[in-house]
Design a binder for this molecule. Sequence first.
Ligand code: FA5
Length: 335
Amino acid sequence: MDFKQLLTQAQNDLKQVSCEAELESWRIKYLGRKSGLASFFKTLKDLSDELKKRQGQQANEVRQQLQEWYQKASQQFSNSSTVSILDYTRPGKKITQGHLHPLTLSLRKIIKSFEKLGFLVVEGPEIETEYYHFDALRIFPDHPARDMWNTFWLDSKNKTPSARKTKKDEEKLLLRAHTSPVQIRYMEQHIPPLRIISPGRCFRYEATDATHNFQFYQVEGLMVDEHITLAGFKSLITMALKSILGDNILLRFRPSYFPFVTPGIEVDVKIAGKWIELLGAGMVHPDLFKVVGYENNKWQGFAFGLGVERFAMLNFKVDDIRLFYSSDVRFLEQF
Ligand code: FA5
């Protein structure tokens, strides 16, 4: 086989190659399984030992040379092809942009409207002790009102003895079913006047329906000062709710019962001919002030706890609370 001629021909052919497809044909012709060189390697075994050695070596060198040329050329094509596939005149790919969850949007709206009224945002733990969640709020063991908060109790045995620093830490643990324990935690640490809201997740061991979920958000509110009245609360909450839901809403204040307020009320809003309960509220029970060590008879306060999902349902006209937790993109994309 004339290796010299083969190399010259291969080199000349390579000069004509102008795209990747042509280079591939070139590779098949000179390095492929059916190439002249490959056939030559097959005949090598029939030659004498001396010829086999000499010609075999030459053929190997030729193959190496061809492979080198091939690699160089294919590298050039891959460099230039990245440039050629970029067509700046084509319209770009649409990037789908993420956005906030409707509950986050509602929560932010509620927080903003209370911040405008001078309320400070504070947080409390989602895992609570029986003391803060029930006893300090006058919901004593065996009190029928405990049934109002269907509770997820936690296995507190897991708590290590070193983590139990005080008597209160030995209490049974639970997932909070309302944000009211934050009232006690905050008042223990601060003296009035105070004005706080506390947004957060709550959990209830109950069957779900269109307006109830086992997990939901509440925003707790607490204002303590001298000369606080229920009338004052009514005007403040009306102002806040109108700024969140619009000036045209109709509100209804109903008497209700919660052990930690006296008197207790509930506030409903009328939507599409139906009254929907938005929040529970009332004047802080004087026993709570005793529990946190406030001076006798000096302070009054009001507290409220509102359901964020109910707001989101009204705001976005969603008729089933469970949709917020479904992670269904078809639902979420609408906000
Ligand atoms: C309470 O949880 C009281 N802590 C509220 C309160 C605070 C009263 C301060 C007085 C003073 P209630 O269980 O009614 O009350 O819940 C308050 C609001 O949370 C309800 O009006 C409702 O909007 C919302 N909510 C309650 N349970 C659920 C649930 N399962 N799913 C969705 N929202 C709920």
